[in-house]
Design a protein around this ligand. Sequence first.
Ligand code: ADP
Length: 866
Amino acid sequence: MNIASDINQDEIDILRTLIQEIPDPIGLYVGREMRIRVANKAIHKTWGKTETVVGKTFREALPELDDQSFYKLLDDVYTTGITYEAKQQRIDLLIDGEFKIHYFDFTYKPLKHTDGTVWGILNTAKDLTDVVLAQQRADEADARRQFTLEAAGIGNWDLNIVTNEVWWDDRCKELYGFNKDYNVPYDEVLRYMHPLDRPRVDEAVMASLDPSSGGVYDIRFRTIGADDNQLRWLHCKGRAYFDSENKPFRFSGIAQDITEQILADEKARSAEQLTQLAAEAAGAGTFFIDFINNETIYSPTLSKILSGVERSGQKRGDLLKFIHPDDVDKRKVAFDEALITGKLNYEVRFKWADGSVHWIKTLGSYVFDPEGKPVVLMGTSQDITAEVEAREEQKRLLWLMENSNDFISLSTHDGHVTYVNKTGLELMGFNNLEEAQRHNSEYLLPDEIEKLRVEINPLLLNDGRWEGNITYKHFITGEAIPGHGMSLLLREPVSGELLGRASLFRDLRPDIAARKALSDSEQLFRGITQASPTALWMSDENAMITYVNQIWVDWTGYPLESHLGEGWLNAVLKEDIEQAATKFLADYNDRKYHESQFRIRHTDGTTRWIVCTGNPQFTEAGDFFGYIGACVDITEQKQLQNQKDEFIGIASHELKTPVTSIKAYAQVLEAMFRKSGDERKANMIVKMNNQIDRLTSLIGDLLDVTKIQSGRLQFNDTLFDFNQLIQDMVEDLQRTTDKHQIITELKPIGEVYADKDRIGQVLTNLVTNAIKYSPDADKIIVQAEVIDNEVMVCVQDFGIGISHDKKDKVFEQFYRVSGDKQHTFPGLGLGLYISSEIIKREGGRIWVNSVQGKGSTFCFSLPIKK
Ligand code: ADP
C-alpha cells in the first residue's frame, strides 16, 4: 500500500514542494535497508550532501556516521516499531570534507502498514547547534565565576521568583550552617536568619523587588547555623531582574562572611567605648553612629555641648540644626575627608537657642568593612570656645608684637634674648632670629652695661618693671642707638615661677633728629622773615591770618595780634577793603595762586600801593592747610604807571583833535583836486588820508587803554542782528586788501544783546591782524555759530602763527611777538588787549589756537543775553 494512495498526483506534487521548502530537516527512509526516498533542502544542507543521495541507502549516503549510533537506532525503530526521540543529540557531520559538531532534537518515527508492520521511517529534526553552543559558553562562564567566588569564599545564590526555587552553591549553604547535600527550601533560609535582623532583611528584599528601586540589594545580617548553631555575620549583595512588564522573575547575588571583620570592629568598639567613657568624664560629649542599623546614639553631655540642653537621643539631626550656618560646609568637608582617612577632626561653631556661639571640636574614628564601607563612627565633641578665644587673643598679640613699630624682645630671666620682632631685627642689623639670640648685654653700648648691672636688673627684680633711656649698639656698624626702653618681668600667673622678661625699645633718633631739624628750621625761618624787606604772611585753612612778620607790623604800625584772623583788613584803605577781601576769598575757595593789589595806610601817614601774593599749601597727603605769601610795596612803580597812563591819556586826547581837523582838510583837498582834474594830486591826498586813518585808529586804541585803566570804558548794549554785523564788517575790511579773500561761513544766529560798535571793533581787530600777519596767504575764514547758548566767532588765517609759549601773552597790554628780520609788522601791541577787555566786560571769553608757520585762529564767545 502506498502512503499517497488516496490523494491525487497534483496534491502530491504540492506536498513534495512544501516538504522541500520546510526550514527544518525532513527525511523519509524506506525498507529495512533505509533507502532514502525523501530528503528536503534543509536535511541536504545539514548533511552537506546534494540531491544525489535520494535513492541511496542511509549507509551509502552517510558513510561518515558509521562509528556513531544512528544505523543501529534506525534499525531498532524499524524492528521495534517504537518512535525514537533525541534531545540535543550531538552529531558529527562531514561537511565540505570536515567534521562539524551539530546538536539536534530529532525524531525517528516508524511508518506502519495497517497490519502494524513498519515500512519506513520519518526523520524530522531541529538544528539546535547555535543554541547549545551558546548555552555551553554561558555554562562555562558560570562555572568559572562560581569557581572564582568559591575560591574567594563568596557564596552564590539564585532565586527563581516564578517557581520560588532557590539555587544555592555549597558556600552559601555553609554560611547558613547547612549540609552541602541538603537541598534548601526558601523558608529554611528564612528560618535560620537572626530573628532581630529578619524584618530588616524582609524589608530590603521587598524593596529590591520593587522595580522603582532599580533592583539593588545590599544588606548585612546575622545567621544562626542550622546544624552548628554558630552565629555568622553575612554581607549579601545582589539584584532583581525584571521582565518587560516590570515583574521580577529572578533574584540573585552573592553572600560573604564578614563575621571576623565585625568581631574585630566590636573589639575596637569596646576599646573606643572605654575611651568615650573617659571622654565623657573629661567633659566631652560622645556619639556613636551605627551605619549598619543606621542609628545614632549620643550622650546627654553631647546634647548639652551642642545645643545647651541636656538630653539623650537617637537622632543626631536634632543637634545638627544648631550648627552655625557659616560652618555647615566646613563640617561637610571634614566628614568627606574622614571617609578617606578614617579619622574625623574638625572645629566648628554651634549657635545655641539662647544665641550664644560655641566653638566645638569633634574627634572621631571610623570602622570600615573590607570593601571600605563605613560600619561604625565613634567620636567625641568638646566645647573649646575658651581655648579658641585664647588662641585668637594670642594670635592677635603675636601679630601686634611682630608688626609693632617699636622694638620688642623676649629673653630668659637671666637676660638671654630668645625673640626679637621685625622692627628689632632691622634696627639692630640682624639678618635673622638666630643672630639675635644672644645675651642682652651684647645689645648695649659698652658704657651702658654698667647701667644694666647696677640699675636695670636690680629694679626689675624688685619691682618687676624698669623704664628709662638707654643706648643700644648697632650689631654691624656699632652706631649708637639712643632710645627709650621698658622691661617687664614675666611670671607664671599661678605658680609665680619666673618665665623671663619682655622688653620694649623705641628708637629716639628720628625724634631727636626731627626736633633738631624743627628748631633749626624755625630759627632759619625767623631769621629770614624778620630780615626780609617784604612782608610775609600765613593763614589757616579758613582764610584766617595766623602770622605776619615784623615788616608788616612796621608798615602798619599795629601790633602783630591785631592783624590775625581778619584783622589785617583794618590796615587796608576803606575803598579797597571790599575788593581785597573778595579777591582773597575767591582765590582761597579755588585754592589757587593769589595775587591782589590794594592800598594801605602807612604808619608814616602816606598811602601805599601793595601787591600781595600767596601760594596754597598742602600736606603730603594732599590736604589743604592754608596759604603762605608775601606783600611788596609797589607805590613807586604804581606812581610811574599812573604818570604814564596820564600822559598817554592827555597825549592821545591832545592828538585826536588836530588829527580830526587834518582829516577834514584832506577830504576837502581831495575833492578840490578831483574837481580841477588833477588826479595825481588827488591820489596823493588819498594816500595821506589812509595814513591819517591809521593814526586815528592808533589814537583810538591809546584812548581806549586809558579808559580801560581808569574804568571809564563805556558800553552801550542793544539788540542787533549778529550775522548782519559780521557781513557789514567783512565788506568794509575786504576793501582794505586786494591780496586776501575773506570767506564767511555763518550759521543762523539771530539777534544778540551787546555793544554793537565794540563787538565790531573786536572783529575789525581780529580780521586786521589776520590780514597783517599772513602776508603770503590768500584767504581768511570768518566763522560764526551758536553753541550751548553762546555765540562763537572764529577768525582763521594761514599766516606766520604764534609759538605755543607766546600764545596767551598776546592778550597783554603792549605785548608784541618780536618778529624775525623778514617780517616786521607795524603796531603798538594794544589791539588784542583792548579786544580781550571788551569781550571780558561783555561776559565772554577770547582765545587763540595757533601753529607757528601755519596760521592762527582767534576765537571769542559771547553769552546770548535776553
Ligand atoms: P599789534 O598787532 O598792534 O602788534 P595786537 O594786540 O593786535 O597788537 O597783537 C599783539 C601781538 O600778537 C602782535 O604783535 C602779533 O605778534 C601777535 N598777533 C596778533 N594777531 C596775530 C595773528 N593773526 N597771527 C600771528 N600773530 C598775531
